[in-house]
Write a protein that binds this ligand. Structure first.
Ligand code: ATR
Length: 274
């Protein structure tokens, strides 16, 4: 029997998830159908229940519903709980709704596996203190970087993260100006500045020799952050296409019990950074 999955977001027309999951399904000979659904902004919970009640097996969740996806879950994973957000639900018997958040593991897998940027012993900087950063903190910490720093326009929000994660991660938190004099091996832009095309006030000398600059946004070409990095001499720049594909592979594995190879989807979706 064909199993049904979907991605829910608003807007959803741009989503690459149906393409990615159909590539995975073909490659693994899994009999699934994966569609895109755009609930009304106040209609997320109803849309989830309707999809489940009509036989759907699980969903991915994108903006702006990741917090609501966590709230609707009856059994969230620890990383979803700490992130306060879920990007993946799985429906079980008796109304069970399991939730997980694969964004951070997808990021780490992309960095280490696709981009050959190991995190162990490295100095890692996350820019931004919103949901995207929250989701990344535990998976990055698990790789044992020498330092994990979080800098945010509103420094207090970064400090609040340090308190929230105190039992799980030793974070250095600050505003951008306080980064002066420090350098990092991996700098990840987890702010939404890539969408608004704003430039971040990054101090000189932020990128260590050989550093990787990573933009979580994907498909936007060279964002202001990546241009800033290049202007500072950084040669290794990447956008979030690999994070997108790798989080999808994690979701597929959670739903189907097998991890698809991601190379074909990555190749299909990668847009040159120019
Ligand atoms: P997400 O879930 O995508 O992380 P969010 O929770 O709204 O979204 O967080 C957005 C992040 O991008 C925040 O860290 C925000 O900084 P503030 O906390 O100071 O608002 C950051 N951000 C958005 N636009 C920005 C800009 N133009 N310059 C710097 N930071 C920006």
């Amino acid at each position: 029997m064909t199993d049904r999955y979907a991605v829910l977001g608003h807007p959803i027309g741009h989503s690459k998830s149906p393409l990615i999951h159909s590539l995975f399904a073909q490659a693994t000979a899994q009999d699934i159908v994966y569609t895109a659904i755009e609930p009304a902004l106040d209609g997320f919970a109803d849309a989830v229940r309707a999809f489940r009640d009509s036989g759907g097996r699980g969903i991915n969740v994108t903006l702006p519903f990741k917090l609501q996806a966590f709230e609707i879950a009856s059994a969230p994973s620890e990383r979803a709980r700490l992130a306060g957000a879920a990007n993946c639900l799985r429906f079980g018997d008796g109304g069970l709704i399991e939730a997980d958040n694969f964004d951070g593991v997808g990021l780490v897998r992309d960095l280490q596996h696709n981009l050959a940027a190991p995190l162990a012993g490295k100095r890692v900087l996350l820019l931004g203190a919103g949901g995207a950063t929250r989701g990344a903190l535990l998976p990055i910490t698990a790789e044992q970087p020498q330092l994990l720093a979080v800098a945010n326009r509103t420094a207090d929000k970064a400090h609040a993260l340090r308190r929230d994660f105190a039992a799980h991660a030793a974070l250095q938190t600050s505003g951008y100006a306080e980064l002066a004099g420090q350098s990092f091996d991996v700098v990840i832009n987890a702010t939404s500045s890539g969408l608004s095309q704003d430039t971040l006030p990054l101090p000189d000398g932020l990128f260590a020799p050989g550093a990787l600059a990573y933009e979580m946004v994907y498909g936007k070409g060279l964002t202001p952050f990546l241009r800033q990095a290049q202007a500072a001499g950084v040669q290794r720049v990447a956008d979030g296409v690999g994070m997108l594909v790798e989080q999808a592979a994690e979701a597929f594995q959670w739903w189907r019990g097998m991890r698809p190879d991601t190379a074909a989807a990555l190749q299909r979706l990668t847009v040159p950074l120019v």
